[in-house]
Design a protein around this ligand. Structure first.
Ligand SMILES: Nc1ncnc2c1ncn2[C@@H]1O[C@H](COP(=O)(O)OP(=O)(O)OP(=O)(O)O)[C@@H](O)[C@H]1O
Length: 492
């Protein structure tokens, strides 16, 4: 059933990883399987058989040709350096070449202890597995780079967190699992050769256009620049859909520029830039508004690992890398303005656009408006005479919005586009439905009672996010006060 594995990472020197087999589980049952992604990866779907797939995707049988490895990595967690993390509950089965010729990692998450497990049990509860499944697939449907979810299997075993919970294994697909933390692991050990191997692997897999730069220093500097570009754009795009990652540690900053690790993440409901959902982020380090600064900080940690590769003279290397890190804030501002222009229905670029977008966000904050509906319902207000009651109703106080709308319409007039075109742009840039926290919580609670219908129904609508769902349940509605999820648990 599985496509053939290329075992690139398993063939890298042993100190980069640990060979390790998954620990079999009692009663594997396939509860979610992404056929579209499986097809893209080259799975033989004609030979697909659910029980056999469940066994393989729970790690009870290692697929033919796979050589599972746990990857070594370190990381700054909430600002503190932890020199040894590594896949403590995940195993890379190997890489496959998908139907588009792209190399993709296939990894089991929750498949048992590894040499990097430290005190952990190597397992994952069903709730976080389904949260990662839902949110990563929604992110993909929104067109934002991310790891993907291929399958979820329940194990028939309990895992013990605050309370006993049903266990599960997620099969995750990524264009690679190289993280800033992977580089930090070896840099902290003074193993420059390993850092070089990783940098070369990163260039080969994600930035092949850099490989023909003859000068080593230039090439690794260009790698830093390329990662900074992708990560900065990623954060701007997260913020454009109201996403808060929740745990932007350096081990969760992917070199590919994909979103990775959907732990205590959430999409914001009421707009407030200080919003934090994560139960483990007590100081608000990873609040919505802090994300651009955090990514700059994480990229500076990445730059530090590359110093010996950039120039044999450390001071000169730092001098060369520093402008790239400094520029992250400007780059972010530019990407953010692009994201916001699209959300306002603007295809042309004017100096005042950033300020116009900020004024709407200020109005949303003052009016305690729902982030997603405020943008989605802008389409009702394009016409000068429009009353737009749906839009106005979601603002608790409207003065700022009322003052903003004529400014926006004046700006739209300079677009020289028909109202219908503007409406089409707005609807293509502002999703109707995202996985709201209370809906994710509801789907998880039902699945924990063995009812997967709410999970499947939610998955169906969030993977078609720009279409207003025609369903009995209103997936677009913000939570009522009693439904509000204030904190999300990472549940590791
Ligand atoms: N139950 C567990 N058993 C062993 N190790 C664990 C467990 N939970 C988390 N870890 C390890 O602790 C570290 C931090 O965990 P975190 O929750 O950020 O990552 P994760 O969700 O497991 O992994 P990823 O970043 O690959 O999505 C990682 O090295 C992870 O492998």
């Amino acid at each position: 059933m599985f496509p053939s594995f290329s075992l690139r990472y398993a063939r890298l020197p042993e100190r980069l990883r640990a060979e390790c087999l998954p620990t079999p589980v009692e009663r594997p049952r396939l509860v979610a399987f992404n056929r579209e992604l499986a097809d893209e990866l080259g799975f033989d779907l004609a030979a697909f058989e659910a029980d056999e797939a469940a066994g393989a995707l729970a790690g009870n049988q290692v697929p033919k040709g796979a050589e599972p490895v746990a990857m070594a990595y370190a990381g700054h967690q909430f600002g503190n350096f932890v020199p040894q993390l590594g896949d403590g509950r995940a195993l890379l089965l190997g890489e496959v070449v998908d139907r588009h010729g792209r190399i993709r990692d296939i990894q089991l998450k929750g498949s048992g202890r590894t040499p990097f497990s430290r005190g952990g049990d190597g397992r994952a509860p069903l709730g976080p597995v389904l949260r990662e499944y839902l949110v990563s697939e929604a992110m993909h449907a929104l067109g934002i780079p991310t790891t993907r979810a291929l399958a979820a299997v329940t194990t028939g075993e309990r895992v013990f967190r605050r309370i006993p919970e049903p266990g599960a294994v997620l099969t995750r697909v990524a264009s690679s699992h190289l993280r800033v933390g992977t580089f930090q692991y070896f840099a902290a050990r003074g193993d420059t050769e390993a850092v070089r191997l990783l940098a070369d692997e990163a260039i080969a897999r994600h930035y092949p256009h850099l490989s023909d730069r003859a000068d080593d220093g230039e090439r690794y500097l260009a790698l830093l620049d390329a990662v900074a570009e992708r990560q900065t754009e990623l954060v701007a795009r997260w913020m454009g859909v109201g996403f808060i990652h929740g745990v932007m540690n350096t081990d969760n900053t992917a070199i590919s520029g994909e979103t990775i690790d959907y732990g205590p993440c959430a999409f914001m409901d009421t707009f407030d830039p200080r919003t934090v959902y994560s139960s483990i982020d007590e100081q608000g380090r990873y609040a919505y508004v802090n994300q651009p600064v955090v990514i700059q900080w994480n990229l500076a940690r990445f730059a530090e690992t590359l110093v010996p590769l950039i120039d044999s003279d450390g001071e000169r290397a730092v001098e060369r890398a520093t402008p790239i890190i400094r520029e992250v804030s400007e780059r972010f501002e530019a990407r953010w303005r692009e994201v916001m222009r699209a959300k306002l229905g603007l295809a042309t670029d004017e100096d005042g656009d950033g300020e116009l977008a900020q004024a709407l966000l200020d109005a949303m904050r003052a009016g305690r408006a729902d982030f997603h509906l405020a943008f989605r319902y802008l389409a009702d207000a394009v016409e000068a005479a429009a009353e737009a009651p749906r839009l106005k109703d979601i603002f608790e106080s409207r003065d700022e919005l009322e003052a903003w709308l004529p400014r926006w319409r004046e700006r739209l007039a300079r677009e020289e586009a028909s109202n219908a075109d503007i409406v089409a742009r707005l609807n293509a840039a502002n999703p109707a439905v995202i996985p709201r926290n209370h809906r994710v919580a509801e789907a998880i609670a039902a699945a924990e009672e063995d009812d997967f219908e709410p999970f499947e129904a939610l998955l169906a609508v969030i993977t078609d996010p720009y279409t207003t769902p025609d369903t009995e349940v209103d997936y677009t509605r913000p939570p009522r006060d009693e439904e509000r999820v204030l904190r999300t648990f990472c549940g590791t």
